[in-house]
Design a protein around this ligand. Sequence first.
Ligand SMILES: Nc1ncnc2c1ncn2[C@@H]1O[C@H](COP(=O)(O)OP(=O)(O)OP(=O)(O)O)[C@@H](O)[C@H]1O
Ligand SMILES: [Mg+2]
Length: 648
Amino acid sequence: MSRIRILAENVANRIAAGEVIERPASVVKELLENALDAGARSIHIEAESGGKRLIRVIDDGCGMNHDDALLAFERHATSKLQTADDLLSVATLGFRGEALPSIAAISRLRLETRALHEEQGTQVEFSGGRLLNVQPAGVPTGTSISVSDIFYCVPARRKFLKSETTELGHIASLVTHYALAHPEVRFLLKTSSQLILDCAPVDKLSERVYQVFGRQALDELVEISAGPQSVTSTAAELEAGAPVATVGVRGFTSRPEVQRTNRNGIYLFVNRRLVRDRLLLHAIGEAYRNLTPSGVFPVVLLFLELPYADVDVNVHPAKVEVRFRHPQLVHDFTRDALRHALSNARPIPGFPAVRAVAATMAAASSSALASGLLPSSPLSRDTRAIPEPCAGIPAMLRSGGVVAEEPKPSGAHDRAFSGRLGLHSESALDVPIPSQPGAPPTGETPRAETLPGSDAIADLKPLGQVNASFIVAVNGEGLWIIDQHVAHERVLFERHLRARREGELGGQRLLVPTLVELNPRQLATLEQINEELRANGFEADPMAARCVAIHAAPAGIASGDAEKLLFEILDGVARENRVISIESLQAKIAASTACHAAIKINTPLDATKMEWLLSELAKTEYPMSCPHGRPVLLHYSVSEIARAFKRT
Ligand SMILES: Nc1ncnc2c1ncn2[C@@H]1O[C@H](COP(=O)(O)OP(=O)(O)OP(=O)(O)O)[C@@H](O)[C@H]1O
Ligand SMILES: [Mg+2]
């Protein structure tokens, strides 16, 4: 009996129409989704010449009988929905009945399939949308689809395809994304000469991340896990009948020191569908506010689970966008889940040099598969200070796949910042460590050494200062170096913000008001945020044209610093170039105030002061980075010290 039906016209007309196949990776995406919808436990993908010559996807899913094998190529023929109502809660990756006819129309296609319990399979061949041949075939259960010479009959489109390397990069990126979303399925990707990815089925997402990225990368990630639970904005709103959504989110997010210059390391899945979504990107940005510098982005693997009826998947012809029924709740839930994960783990950066050496060694010792597999330059869009040792899957991941790609921020700030710390290039997530084909580490515990988190800095004992700027301290976890200025900044920032939110912030009156001259833009900004400035202890009143008198400044600010601080806040807000949220404004003011009030570098501190600072730092929620995103502490674990002295 046929499973596939042609959708009624009124249903078909409601489906987001547009271009389905853009490049070889779009073919792979559609075929992969079909295989997953068919319940496959194992999916093999082959790509020749970047998928331009051949793409073959073989699955062990439910397969199709003879009639379905033909029906599948009709437009709007699908087994996945029937009525317009079904469109309101789509549980499968496919639903339009568009993919196979679209692929068949622009290529030479051969389908071999056999449904479970059928004695014989079917082979169907198309060329440029024309049916060439149908015949019985002795094939295993499941489906194999070979797509050759993509766009051969649409030369204008073929011309726009990129180099084989680039197209293969997109395919590899895509397959990797799907492999991450489906750890229970075996994924194999190969070209005519190389095995690119081979992941055996595993139980846990962390094991799949390990298979794909390697252990070093796992060490740089913090696990996220929240819900599924019912959420609403506030209890009061709930009583007032506000919407309640059921949301769950899991995945991984990077430690704050892992910093990218674009969003290509952010992979978002909604009900295991790979999507790009501004709302979720915004929520991630909010979670990292005051933990990383502006203009840099984390690496995130986010899996959001919602009731199907709460997500509209029928909004984009290539199914890469979705619409949420309760966007605000989803946004806030995601932001809080990431924030909690980071606050619970309190990840502390290690000594960059040590980690870099380890990462380079790991990359160098990885299989020959990696070297020369794909040159990283055309694929990577990040700027990196240190050349990469070799290319592999993570390099391909940087090509972004269907994830929204961001232009690099023009400001030099983030590059200068990363250059100073060498973080971009030294992060393991950026160091290519390909999986070992044929020998996936199934069942092996992914982590060998746990990086310090939570209470690791509770009992730091200061030994002294380096250069009157950096405190050297020890505890059972090893050796620590703390930047005294940013440590104090973090302490003051959290204190200031808390006091502001509790309405307990007072200012200190200046003995003599400071008169400052503002430019028109600063004046306009002052008018816009003056109320909030007052709530933060600032009193700045316009005097004559363009002249303002500062009568009071936030506590801890030296009178000579009030003017500089005011300028910094006004210019910082003006630079935003968009309406700034109240939370973001408060955070900006708190960050600037903390920076001006904090102990400076080149300041000798006695033991009591150092002890006080370290114990205050340990009490903060996010001791690992300052409100501008710079690292506060560096850690050298006992085992790293032992290793460096060749004692292990
Ligand atoms: N690998 C497969 N295994 C079993 N059945 C398949 C497979 N690929 C396609 N089919 C069947 O063919 C039908 C048509 O596939 P097609 O990809 O064109 O549409 P769809 O998956 O229903 O929707 P969409 O266009 O959104 O992908 C599917 O509904 C499914 O029943
Ligand atoms: Mg499909």
